[in-house]
Design a protein around this ligand. Structure first.
Ligand SMILES: [Zn+2]
Length: 204
């Protein structure tokens, strides 16, 4: 299971969390791909040509962007990221990025809870040590990769029992006790109106 989840809301409604189960490319398929169109937000195999949907493709990255958005020619300048039009093509997405299309809002959250997985030298690198106990990791024992923070990705390995102590990461200071990221609450319209009134009042 990946650390990536999407928060999806329609027309300013309460966002709901959509967890991405798998990340990576398998043959011509991208298992965690999600399509965002006028019809809504749904999973996609990622290998079809989509002319009416933005494809959100999770990336298997330990640093930097956590997903990519593929914008088709037909939606050039129509889909937006943080309110700014996206051109047709591929765009890299980071944690807390926001995509809007046809009344649908999708936030990218790259800070999901980390997963316990067996230590595998082929996947995690040979001769790794636990970031807390400094003990050498044995193939097959459960480890956790630190998910990093909103501003810094990490990837330091911990023995699962050491991670379960819920202490901040030695490398990036990720704090497992802090609540998971949520999309920002929408600004009440009245406040924006008040701000406009203040600005107009200041000029007159
Ligand atoms: Zn860390």
């Amino acid at each position: 299971m990946s650390r990536l989840s999407l928060w999806v809301a329609s027309s300013g409604g309460e966002p709901a969390r959509l967890r991405i189960q798998e990340v990576g490319i398998r043959g011509s398929e991208i298992p965690g791909a999600v399509r965002v169109s006028e019809a809504g937000v749904e999973s996609a195999s990622g290998n079809e040509t989509d002319w009416d949907a933005v494809l959100v493709l999770p990336l298997e990255a330990t640093q930097g962007p956590v997903a990519a958005a593929l914008v088709p020619e037909a939606l050039d300048g129509i889909a937006t990221r943080h309110g700014l039009p996206l051109e047709a093509g591929l765009h890299l997405l980071r944690h807390a990025d926001r995509i809007d299309l046809a009344g649908w809002t999708v936030w990218i959250a790259g800070d999901g809870p980390p997963v316990e997985e067996p230590y595998d030298e082929a996947v995690h690198g040979a001769g790794q040590h636990c970031g807390r106990t400094r003990a050498r990791l044995n193939p097959g024992e459960l480890v956790v990769r630190c998910p990093g923070t909103a501003t810094a990705q990490c990837g330091m390995l911990y023995r699962a029992d050491a991670w379960r102590l819920h202490l901040p990461c030695h490398s990036c200071r990720h704090d497992p006790k802090r609540p998971a990221w949520r999309p920002p609450a929408p600004q009440p319209r009245s406040r924006i109106h008040e701000l406009v009134r203040l600005l107009v009042g200041a000029r007159s």
